[in-house]
Write a protein that binds this ligand. Structure first.
Ligand SMILES: NC(=O)c1ccc[n+]([C@@H]2O[C@H](COP(=O)([O-])OP(=O)(O)OC[C@H]3O[C@@H](n4cnc5c(N)ncnc54)[C@H](OP(=O)(O)O)[C@@H]3O)[C@@H](O)[C@H]2O)c1
Length: 226
């Protein structure tokens, strides 16, 4: 699994009031679409999906052609994580029906949320009682939907669960030349975080490329216990 994020030089992915969350260059947006051409599915958390006008799709025809050349479906599958079903049914993503949308949730999702969301998506999968079991979810996505390469695009809460579960293989990070500040501003990995050094995620820098004032970093995640 890959995680792709753009962050400010102080590690933020949005301002504290969440008003600004798109701040990368046109090159960074191109990079996001290029990565999507390599993935069977693109995944994001409920707050990322319902606070941005995004559709999680492959974008213009030239990117779809790259997918076909790679032997992938023209349109990637879309996966939204919403443990309580709080996602807004009027989110932009639901207005585009070019490929299946799957919601990963838990038994905390109420019957009324399920009724509201069911007509908008292709499947709602319960992957745990209170917490989502992402190991189970990833296996299920592979077996039921043929997802071999999964690209996660945040936000920080979802990323944290994926890193803690040891499911991330590679982190693509664009460091943008801005400082947002703000104690409450989300970062690339929020949630619970690690409680001790052995529980932290160790990275190895695979590549670093400067384009203008942005740095495009690729880290591989070291196996646990190294
Ligand atoms: N700069 C970037 O590259 C970038 C990328 C992505 C997002 N962003 C920004 O980051 C902010 C969103 O980040 P965020 O961390 O607040 O939200 P997030 O991770 O996108 O979404 C959080 C929601 O997703 C669900 N979720 C996430 N992890 C879960 C888990 N382990 N188990 C069950 N449900 C889980 C929950 O939905 P329920 O409440 O329904 O349970 C939770 O409330 C937005 O401002 C967004 O625009 C920036």
């Amino acid at each position: 699994m890959l995680v792709n994020m753009a962050m400010t030089a102080d590690g933020k992915i949005a301002t504290a009031n969440r008003a600004v969350s798109s701040f990368g260059s046109a090159r960074d947006h191109e990079h996001l679409l290029e990565l999507r051409t390599t993935a069977d599915a693109v995944m994001a958390g409920a707050r990322t999906v319902d606070s941005n006008p995004i559709n999680l799709g492959p974008g213009p025809a030239r990117f779809r052609r790259q997918r076909l050349k790679r032997g992938l479906a023209e349109y990637n599958l879309r996966v939204i994580v919403s443990g309580s079903g709080s996602i807004n049914p009027r989110a932009e993503v639901f207005k585009h029906r070019f490929s299946p949308i799957i919601i990963l949730t838990s038994q905390r999702m109420s019957a009324s949320s399920r009724r509201r969301l069911r007509p908008l998506v292709d499947e709602i999968k319960i992957c745990g009682q209170r917490e989502i079991n992402f190991r189970f979810a990833v296996r299920w996505l592979r077996e039921q939907w043929g997802v071999k390469r999964l690209l996660c695009e945040g936000g920080g809460e979802l990323n944290d669960a994926l890193f803690r579960a040891g499911l991330v293989d590679e982190l693509h990070l664009t460091v943008c030349p801005r400082i947002f500040g703000g104690r409450g501003a989300p970062t690339i990995v929020d949630g619970l975080g690690a409680a001790s050094l052995p529980a932290t995620t160790l990275l190895s820098l695979k590549s670093a490329r400067r384009v203008g004032d942005e740095m495009f970093l690729v880290h591989t995640v070291a196996p646990r216990g190294t």
